[in-house]
Design a protein. Structure first.
Length: 441
């Protein structure tokens, strides 16, 4: 089999030539306009980046190289006896733009296994942190400790030719993806299971082994991890974790530095940390109401109280999506198949029946529907993973697949340093008064 790296390089050369031609012929074409409001309000709707691995449609949701989540669940290779897709196969798809065969998937699984060794100094570094540190802090520190092994950093220091950046990035990306489950599982066992660790099982797939190392040997939980790691992997390039990884990578910071930066962004409550916030919020609601399965009326009162306290309803809304997130729907289907009678899962569904109307009635929420984070915690709790502060680490392990595949593309296509222009409000005022011609009017 031609190595994945060689295949990637051949593809990237073709795309690179296409882009060159495109820019030569159409480089001056205007693709849109930017309003003053947009530069003050998070650049919503401003197209400013290229990301090859996935594309988000506001109504349809995410497509990975053209494939929707239901299509991925159907078409990607599965673990023997399983129904859910293997996320390492999705990595292959994002990297090469082709669905892998079962043999190719096995090859990538074993490649990641071979690269999964984590040096002891990484564990020692994590151990130096108080066990009370948030799991995302421990995760980022673990990634930073791994950076010592960066091939990109070493080769760059040794005078690497810019034509070879992609090659060293590719190796670092695979090393990181191979090692992250071990680090994440280590943090989980350290923080919640008295530091009793579980050795990897080389016969399992990437997610199955991750579940096993965290102490969840149940096949159904492994299936959940396969689905979880697939649906959280990528959400085009503008979200905080993907954009940050790309931005930091554009300074030629190596993949470890870039990914760690992205993970710091994922740890924010408006992004990946929302998954812990959702379950925390549901627990608080159940405690306040004194019931396990609140009625829609009770949920409605509680939601209004949350809003009155000036808080967001976690797990609802999105900067781009305008319909129910298909990642939510995929998890709901998993719940209906494996745990339809679970009270917490049913609560998530009752919330889904209640919250959109309330958020819609506020008149300002652009998307009143659930996102990926609204559902994930309840499925994990079902299998006994109740430690919700850990949930964003799971998201982070999965997100490595998309953002690192993208970083390989960034380096292979020779994308330059990212450096948008900024202005001051004083300058904006001067421009409005006709005293400055900054935007050439
Ligand atoms: N609950 C209450 N208010 C909400 C809301 C929610 N779930 N979602 C949006 N709003 C409010 C905003 O806070 C904003 O209010 P102000 O004008 O008073 O500041 C208003 O509605 C307009 O916001 P928007 O344009 O609809 O949403 P944004 O693009 O600004 O923000 C997001 C998107 C995700 C940050 C927001 O919907 C939110 O805070 N949701 C809850 C947190 C969450 O679930 N985040 C996870 C997103 C998925 C992920 O990245 O993992």
């Amino acid at each position: 089999m031609q190595s994945i790296k060689e295949r990637f390089k051949s593809k990237a050369d073709l795309v690179g030539a296409d882009i060159k031609q495109l820019l030569k012929e159409h480089g001056t074409k205007v693709i849109g306009e930017v309003t003053l409001a947009q530069i003050y309000q998070g650049m919503r709707g401003v197209t400013g980046l290229v990301s090859e691995t996935s594309l988000l449609d506001a109504n349809e949701g995410i497509r990975f190289r053209g494939y929707s989540i239901p299509e991925l669940r159907e078409k990607l290779p599965k673990f023997p006896g399983g129904d859910e897709p293997l996320p390492e196969a999705l990595f292959f798809l994002m990297l090469l733009g082709e669905l892998p065969t079962s043999d190719e998937t096995e090859y990538i699984t074993s490649t990641l296994q071979r690269r999964s060794h984590v040096p002891n100094y990484v564990f020692d570094t994590i151990e130096a942190l108080p066990v009370s540190s948030h799991p995302m802090t421990q995760f980022v520190v673990g990634i930073m400790a791994l950076q010592n092994g960066s091939q990109f950093a070493k080769s760059y220091a040794a005078g690497m030719n810019k034509k070879d950046y992609w090659d060293a990035t590719f190796d670092d990306a695979l090393d990181l993806i191979g090692r992250l489950p071990r680090i994440a599982a280590y943090i989980y066992r350290r923080k919640y299971k008295n530091g009793i660790h579980i050795e990897p099982n080389g016969l399992l797939d990437w997610s199955g082994n991750f579940a096993h190392m965290m102490g969840y040997g149940d096949f159904e939980f492994m299936e959940l991890m396969r689905l979880y790691m697939t649906i959280h992997a990528d959400h085009e390039g503008g979200n905080v974790s993907a954009h940050t990884t790309h931005l930091v990578g554009s300074a030629l910071s190596d993949p470890f530095l870039s990914f760690a930066a992205g993970m710091n962004g994922l740890a924010g409550p408006l992004h990946g940390l929302a998954n812990q916030e959702v379950i925390k919020w549901i627990y608080e609601m159940r405690e306040t109401l004194g019931v396990d399965l609140p009625t829609k009326e009770q949920i409605s009162v509680y939601v209004k109280q949350t809003l009155a306290e000036g808080k967001v309803v976690p797990g609802y809304g999105h900067a781009v999506l305008r319909k129910t997130d298909p990642r939510f729907t995929a998890q709901m289907e998993f719940g209906k198949k494996h745990m339809p009678d679970d009270a917490l899962v049913q609560t998530v569904w009752q919330i889904y029946d209640t919250v959109p109307d309330i958020l819609h009635s506020l008149g300002k929420v652009k998307n009143p529907y659930p996102n990926v984070d609204a559902h994930s915690g309840a499925l994990l709790v079902h299998y006994g993973m109740v430690e919700y502060e850990f949930y964003t680490v799971l998201f982070g392990v999965s997100r490595s697949l998309g953002v690192l595949a993208s970083l390989c593309w960034d380096r292979a296509l020779g994308f330059p340093l990212e450096r948008p222009k900024t202005v001051t409000t004083d300058l904006v005022k001067q421009w409005l008064e006709g005293k400055d011609n900054i935007w050439g009017e």
